[in-house]
Structures are given as C-alpha cells and as structure tokens.
Design a protein around this ligand. Sequence first.
Ligand SMILES: [Zn+2]
Length: 120
Amino acid sequence: MKQIGMKYSGSCHCGGIKFEVEGDFQEGLECNCSMCSRKGSILGFVPRENLKLLTPEDRMATYLFNKHIIRHHFCKTCGIHPLAEAKDRSGKPTAAINLRCLENFDLGALKIKKFNGAAL
Ligand SMILES: [Zn+2]
C-alpha cells in the first residue's frame, strides 16, 4: 500500500535519471556493507509504488552482488547511484532511495541509523 508523505524530486548528477518519491524520511540508514561504504549513500525506504521514475528505465544500469536480492541502479552517464529496488521481508516491492540525491531535502535534520550490512 502506498505510504503518505512529502513528495520529493530526485535525480542523478547529469539528470539522466529523474524521479519523484513520496515518503516520510525522518531516519536515514547508513550501511557498512562493501557497496554502501564505498558509495556513501544514506538510504530511505518506501514501498515501490511511492517511487515514480520520470526517465526511461534503460537510462539506469543495474549492479547485483552478494545474494542478488537488491538491484542497485546507477546512471550510465554520470555513475551516481540514486536508488535501488528490492523486496522487503514480506515480499513487498520496496525502493531504497539515496536521500543524498533528493532536492530540497535537509540531510542535516536526519536521524542516522547505522546498519550492519557487512554482517549479512
Ligand atoms: Zn547521470
């Protein structure tokens, strides 16, 4: 079910990937897995239907690693990773938004939650 929240615009650096997302992002997740520690992304999670891609899907390249559960999308042109897609524990499609890629979003007000992804 769609979650109610603020609507934000987000993009990669060059604008090849643009999206709108509705979410209540009070908390950002900082993961220490081999991927996230390199990217430095701060993640916010929403049901997949809260994410609307405004650019063609094929502008995104997809990277898979470990158990191939998360589809890490990045821009083929500028290399920025604005989002990922996966399923939550109950099998519901979920989007992980890199909150650093949102416009008019106050990262400083976020509560940062550390996630031990390296242990997975
Ligand atoms: Zn780009």
